[in-house]
Design a protein around this ligand. Structure first.
Ligand SMILES: [Mn+2]
Length: 205
């Protein structure tokens, strides 16, 4: 495997009155993960994200689940995105763009990403069921929104067709995972250069 001269790892800790989150990532991992958010279905989604992106994710969140799942899911999105952004470092040599059409049984989802430093989310996903295991499904848009903000990612995600809400949500996470796996990987032909005519992908310029 091609590696950079620094480890693409990071640790983020985030504490508010609503959630306490600790997350470690290793971008050059093998998809190992330990995820505990108190929401089994959401853990399943983050595990999918890790497994298929090959990003090792160690994540613990203690959130105000007595209120509902909203803050936990939104804030985990933010912390995980920040961890990935931090671990990307100078972004030299990354492939930057990627996309995938991800089939899952009856459903098909397309995800296109740009590690641009300019957060943007286009979310064209209709979820037929309003709840999955006590999680209001509308919150998954907020996960992708906060993840795109802190990761500095442009994400366009569209469910082209599908009927089963579990499949549709899972296809969103898996398609993000595969897109990330490609976009964060290193391009042998461009290792010493940031893939931008600006010369920077920090989003500050
Ligand atoms: Mn599943």
């Amino acid at each position: 495997m091609i590696k950079k001269n620094y480890e693409r790892v990071s640790y983020v800790e985030r504490r508010t009155k609503e959630t306490q989150i600790k997350v470690n990532v290793n971008l050059d991992g093998n998809g190992l993960n330990q995820v505990k958010t108190g929401l089994p279905f959401f853990d399943h989604m983050i595990q999918q994200l890790s497994k298929h992106s090959l990003i090792n994710i160690n994540l613990k969140c203690k959130g105000d689940l007595h209120v509902d799942s909203h803050h936990t899911i939104e804030d985990v999105g933010w912390a995980l995105g920040k961890a990935i952004n931090d671990a990307l470092g100078d972004k030299k040599g990354i492939k930057r763009y990627s996309f995938i059409y991800l089939p899952m049984d009856e459903c098909l989802t397309r995800c296109c990403i740009d590690i641009s430093g300019r957060p943007w989310l286009v979310w064209s996903v209709f979820l037929p069921n309003i709840e999955i295991n006590k999680i209001e499904t509308e919150i998954f848009r907020e996960f992708f929104q906060s993840f795109s903000q802190s990761a500095g990612l442009t994400i366009h995600i569209e469910n082209i067709y599908g009927k089963n809400t579990h499949h549709i949500i899972e296809s969103c996470f898996k398609s993000l995972a595969i897109s990330l796996r490609n976009a964060i990987s290193l391009d042998l032909r461009n290792l010493e250069s940031v893939p931008s005519t600006k010369g920077t992908l920090t989003g500050n310029k």
